[in-house]
Design a protein. Structure first.
Length: 118
């Protein structure tokens, strides 16, 4: 079993910044890609950003230029620095990781709420 625990969400004013963290623990031999997804009320879950074990990143157009994803492989942790936040960034943010622990599985965290007030 693998657990992903997100932290860093909260209430912020438009234009502000937040840094989300997600730590993976459990039966982990290695982790391939890690990422952040979000789901706003009444909408489908969508990709925010991903980062490979080698550091290659990918961003949704909606956050490109305002967000930076990074990871600490030694700590099995992924981060999402979000700047210039907008009300439309309000959502529950979920961490995702492709973990090899004997077999390859994709794991999800329980989410952390980000609320951006106008």
């Amino acid at each position: 079993q693998v657990q992903l625990v997100e932290s860093g969400g909260g209430l912020v004013q438009a234009g502000g910044s937040l840094r989300l963290s997600c730590a993976a623990s459990g039966s982990i031999f290695s982790i391939n890609a890690m990422g952040w997804y979000r789901q706003a009320p009444g909408k489908q879950r969508e990709l925010v950003a991903t980062v490979t074990s080698g550091g290659v990143t990918n961003y949704a157009d909606s956050v490109k230029g305002r967000s930076t994803i990074s990871r600490d492989n030694a700590k099995n942790t992924v981060y999402l620095q979000m700047n210039s936040l907008k009300p439309e960034d309000t959502a529950v943010y979920y961490c995702n990781a492709e973990v090899y622990g004997g077999v390859m599985n994709t794991w999800w965290g329980k989410g952390t709420l980000v609320t951006v007030s106008s």
